[in-house]
Design a protein. Sequence first.
Length: 255
Amino acid sequence: MKEFLALGVVLVLLQACPCSVPDRNMGSISGMESRGGETTLDGGTTTERVQTVFGTVSDPDPSTPDVFDGKVVLERNGESQYVTPEWDGEEWSFENDMVLTHGTNSIRVHVEDEYGNEIGGSETYRVTADIPPRDITVTLTWDTDRTDIDLHVFNPGGEHAWYRSKEGISGGFLDVDDTDGYGPETFTMESATPGEWAVKVRYYDTHGVQSATTATVRVTLHEGSQQVYTHTFTSGQANRDDPSNDWEVARFTMP
């Protein structure tokens, strides 16, 4: 009797969980290109830090070809961010800016279902970045499409890098102002000024999205271990350039 009960439990579990193996054919990274137009192939080397990664993904439900039934996630060295796929009438494609780190960068795209489970993706695309290591790397991503959230970095002298002044900190660089969802926005600094630095995030515009938005900031010093911070904004906290609802993410001291 116990054996029949155990078998019944196993059958119920199997029916409740699809437990499918992710399909490696659901995504492909076609390549990456620098701001100057240099293309880096899989296994290649680049001397440019900021790259645009592009490729294709498959819709989990092809019966609705003009609606993507899932989320697309781009990974680099274990970090992940959502990207927005675009339908061109024949296939779903994506392109997204990415800031590489010194050394090997392992990049992959995958598709998630509505529960956040991976259902398929690409093989790993590897490139070597022959670039100087950075003292400071700060990356902002968030989890809603079409929304606009901004990264703000302040150095000890009061200089301020943000979307209106991407090189507002001498020797530093804010790569892009992402205005339509997910990010990333990344600030890098090769030789940081000694003293206290500050990182803030501002919800600029919902563009009509009423759901809450969770922002994630990753702070990496001397390209070592990361500190990860998260914060949830309500739609009512979006107030363009008004700093009253700013999230004060972190303060850290550079020697």
